[in-house]
Design a protein around this ligand. Structure first.
Ligand code: F6R
Length: 242
């Protein structure tokens, strides 16, 4: 696990967008693992800017997102499908048919989870997986637990900490779903390269525990210590406890 400490969130986004851009130049039909949340937004903005300058072509890129809320349609402004469309996909020449977000709708979310794993297996492997990190050390929506890591895509009951962190995006905090569908740590670990971004003081403890603590399902991101090609890019505040 390699850690790069940048001065501020703008530098984190600059470094991350360069890594994405070089992969897309080198391998135009690459498979990206994408994340939502506030952390990757400046990175997506830089990728859009490169596209607008004619420097990036997403026409052959395929993508798989980490997670989605259970019971929110993709048209709901708080759904992660909506987020991806408005923050990235609508602004570049990616074919939306080549973009995948777990499906939180329908009577059988568990079946959707199995279907997502099948798609991940069949896609041939994610080339570059982007991650944010929760204040509690979650990656995707793999929340801390005291028994074992969950490897497959799964239905998660969100913790109080995650619900509090994300309620701000909903008009009424009580509208926030209690469950989500998330790629498991197995899907994340199977990516050829992993890039975790962390910015701000609220992530400092989670970054510390991820890098310096034991590998434990209580800190889901700590499993990345066992990944062959994982980089963490954080700003000075997120790195302040290292
Ligand atoms: C989002 C995701 C989450 C976020 C994490 C940090 O797809 O999987 O793990 O990356 O909750 O969120 P922000 O960036 O909003 O602090």
């Amino acid at each position: 696990m390699q850690v790069l400490v940048c001065k501020n969130p703008a530098e984190v986004a600059e470094a991350a967008s360069m890594i994405f851009a070089s992969l897309i130049y080198e391998k135009p039909n690459c498979i990206l693992g994408l994340a939502t949340g506030s952390t990757p937004v400046p990175t997506y903005q830089r990728l859009i800017a490169l596209y607008n300058k004619g420097l990036l072509d997403f026409s052959k890129v395929r993508s798989y997102n980490l997670d989605e809320y259970v019971s929110l349609a993709g048209t709901h402004p708080c759904s992660y499908r909506y987020f991806m469309n408005t923050e990235l996909f609508d602004h570049v020449n990616i074919d939306k048919a080549n973009t995948h977000v777990p499906n939180g709708l329908g009577d059988d979310p568990e079946a959707n989870a199995r279907e997502y794993d099948k798609m991940l297996e069949e896609c041939g492997g994610i080339d570059l997986q982007l991650l944010g990190i929760g204040r509690n050390g979650h990656i995707g929506f793999n929340e801390p637990r005291n028994d074992h890591f969950v490897y497959n895509t799964n239905i998660v009951t969100l913790t109080q900490s995650t619900r509090e962190a994300n309620a701000q995006y909903f008009d009424k905090p009580e509208d926030m779903p209690e469950k989500a569908i998330s790629m498991g740590v197995g899907g994340i670990m199977a990516a050829k390269r992993v890039l975790l971004l962390a910015t701000g003081k609220s992530k400092a403890q989670a970054v510390h525990d991820t890098v310096k603590g034991p590998i434990t399902p209580m800190v889901p991101a700590s499993i990345l210590q066992a990944h062959q090609n994982c980089q963490i890019i954080c700003d000075a505040e997120a790195a302040s406890l290292l």
